[in-house]
Design a protein around this ligand. Structure first.
Ligand code: AR6
Length: 206
């Protein structure tokens, strides 16, 4: 039933934006970009990005780890947010976590959104919305979990290209000037491998 609901909603979204080709690699932002493999809940950065679902009321994977680490007050705050649409994000306090804020992004379920050609734009929209929320809330650093690559089934290589491309575009548009660090925080080796392969296409090693 949740699957049918999501499909219904997606059919009523705006048509997909034209595909954006990969820009030539740029070292200009290399000091801002970091790739690590770590438990994101342990990071002492300004903000971390959770791979949430539309209810924003917790779940498994990184979402479960973040709620466990933050304690029950995070759920209390999330209960007041009235959920979040796929492709968007909302920001909360971090409570007992070492970061200052948690950005809850709702990535697309791969198999459903691919059917309607919205998987890439929805995943990229999560990254863009999260970056904008970080900037708007005075965050200097942000760490992304690999949104949608767990339970939501997004293939690691495609997800990495969409994520890194979205970050690169945000920076190219001059919207991320106040951010000092943008961290891609992977947990599984398969995702780290995809990032190691894909990052140089957008941000070549110095
Ligand atoms: N730190 C960093 N990354 C992690 C951690 C961690 N502690 N734990 C897992 N990951 P997933 P999704 C990685 O399944 O695919 C939840 O139930 C993991 O290896 O957490 O977006 C939500 O409530 C993977 O690369 O999120 C939703 O219902 C990435 O985090 C649904 O899952 C995302 O995997 C969202 O599915």
């Amino acid at each position: 039933i949740p699957t049918l609901t999501l499909l219904y909603k997606l059919n009523h979204l705006a048509p997909p934006s034209p595909t954006v080709s990969t820009p030539p690699p740029s070292k200009a932002y290399n000091d801002k970009i970091a790739l690590i493999r770590h438990d994101i809940t342990k990071l002492k950065l300004d903000s971390i990005v959770n791979a949430a679902n539309e209810s924003l009321l917790g779940g498994g994977g990184v979402d479960g780890a973040i709620h466990r680490g933050a304690g029950p007050n995070l759920l209390r705050e999330c209960e007041g947010l009235n959920g979040c649409e796929t492709g968007s994000a909302k920001i909360t306090g971090a409570y007992e976590l070492p970061c200052k804020k948690v950005i809850h992004a709702v990535g697309p379920i791969y198999i459903i959104t691919k059917r309607v050609g919205r998987h890439t734009s929805l995943l990229q929209s999560c990254y863009r919305t999260s970056l904008q929320l970080a900037v708007d809330n005075g965050m200097k650093s942000i760490a992304f979990s690999a949104l949608s690559t767990g339970v939501y089934g997004y293939p690691s290589d495609e997800a990495a290209a969409a994520a890194i491309g979205a970050v690169r575009r945000f920076l190219d548009e001059g919207k991320g000037d106040t951010l000092d660090k943008i961290v891609f925080c992977n947990f599984m080796e398969k995702d780290e491998d995809a990032y190691l392969e894909t990052l140089p296409r957008f941000f070549p090693p110095v």
